[in-house]
Design a protein around this ligand. Structure first.
Ligand SMILES: NC(=O)c1ccc[n+]([C@@H]2O[C@H](COP(=O)([O-])OP(=O)(O)OC[C@H]3O[C@@H](n4cnc5c(N)ncnc54)[C@H](O)[C@@H]3O)[C@@H](O)[C@H]2O)c1
Length: 352
């Protein structure tokens, strides 16, 4: 069992049965417990949790509709209404069992209800294990605009048990690996090299690699929880990635990581002129990303809409688009101003 100190909570990496989960539940002995799942974690993960821990006998289960396009305020509203029906109070415990959509939305639902209930995250996708379940960002989308409504709010604990990955579809493993690639690209060239090798063994994620990727997130968030500086580097690939994800949400249903992978490729391209990334590093990133993630067919109409969406990016300031770029593999700069016309040109460059 690995214990990672994330400030006011701990991330435990190892089997849930060996973790301090049961001990934590005993602290909420008299509290009601609510487990938030989506359709897939209801099917694949819930029974293991409920049958393994007696304290969860009689827990209420809230079933959210699966997928990014359901990460919306109306769905959160439905959960709050159910909380009211179940008589949930401020001292009860919410358990988010799912991928990043469940941990983001469940954290938000818990944090806003009666001004805040305790919650814990049990991530069940690779992406949520290495990224979404840690760091305290919670929220929902506003239509096609990603994560526009939300709060910073930490879980009481995060329990990462990789046995949940056994039922995860391969496409979602690729999605999680994309965020691990990002951790390497922004922070550690050696880590990037190691993550690229994991693509040859999708069915057996290396625990040490997982831990080292989590460490990048943990270290960065510890230095800048509210994202006024360094934490912005975790958004590498996300300025473009988020508009791609939002725009294609209904039609292509790209995974989050897939959209971010394309965002990283295009932002690496921007990095050549705007952050002095070498052609050699860029070519390496391009070869790797294009051989693992397909670029959507950007029509003129899609490009126009996505450029419009960029104007609403959360990192923008004073009407300027600010993004993160890399000056080499492992080194990331933030708050780099890039004009709308340069983004437009970049989308046209990647038109296939
Ligand atoms: N808060 C943060 O810091 C942060 C960081 C990165 C990403 N995110 C957010 O995370 C979300 C993406 O997370 P995700 O990729 O986990 O998406 P997701 O939660 O939609 O999960 C992907 C798919 O896998 C299914 N699934 C989950 N666990 C499973 C299991 N064990 N077996 C079988 N199927 C399973 C889900 O039902 C879903 O269909 C995005 O909304 C993104 O914005 C947040």
């Amino acid at each position: 069992m690995e214990y990672l100190d994330a400030g006011d909570y701990t991330v435990e990496l190892g089997g849930l049965l060996q973790s301090s989960f049961e001990q934590l539940l005993s602290r909420y002995n008299s509290a009601k417990k609510v487990i938030i799942v989506d359709e897939n974690t209801h099917e694949h993960c819930l029974s293991y949790l409920i049958t393994s821990f007696e304290a969860l006998n009689g827990a209420e289960v809230i079933l959210l509709p699966e997928g990014e396009d359901n990460k919306q305020l109306e769905v959160a509203l439905g959960a709050w209404e159910a909380f009211t029906e179940y008589g949930i109070g401020r001292y009860d415990l919410i358990i988010n069992l799912g991928g990043g959509v469940v941990t983001d939305m469940g954290g938000f639902i818990a944090s806003c209800f009666k001004r805040g209930c305790d919650f814990i995250n049990i991530p069940t996708t690779l992406l949520a294990m290495v990224d979404a379940s840690i760091g305290g960002k919670t929220g929902v989308n506003l239509g096609i605009y990603k994560n526009q409504i939300g709060v910073f709010s930490n879980p009481k604990a995060v329990f990462i048990d990789t046995s949940f990955l056994e039922t995860l579809p391969e496409i979602e493993v690729y999605s999680g690996l994309a965020e691990m690639i990002k951790h390497g690209l922004i922070h550690d060239k050696e880590l990037f090299n190691r993550v690229t090798k994991q693509y040859d063994n999708l069915g057996d994620i290396d625990d040490t690699l997982l831990k080292d990727c989590i460490e990048v997130k943990r270290i960065v968030v510890a230095q800048d929880y509210m994202e006024v500086g360094l934490r912005k580097t975790l958004n590498f690939g996300h300025t473009i990635g988020h508009v791609i994800e939002g725009y294609y949400m209904k039609s292509l249903n790209l995974s989050h990581g897939h959209a971010i992978a394309i965002g990283m490729l295009m932002e690496a391209f921007l990095s050549i002129d705007h952050a002095s990334l070498s052609q050699e590093d860029y070519k390496r990133i391009k070869k790797f990303i294009t051989s693992n993630y397909e670029i959507p067919n950007f029509t003129d109409e899609a490009i126009t809409s996505m450029i419009e969406m960029l104007r609403n990016d959360k990192k923008n300031k004073d009407g300027k688009i600010l993004t993160c770029l890399i000056s080499e593999i492992g080194v990331c700069k933030y708050d780099v101003e890039v004009s709308e016309s340069v983004f437009l040109q970049t989308f046209k460059t990647f038109k296939v």
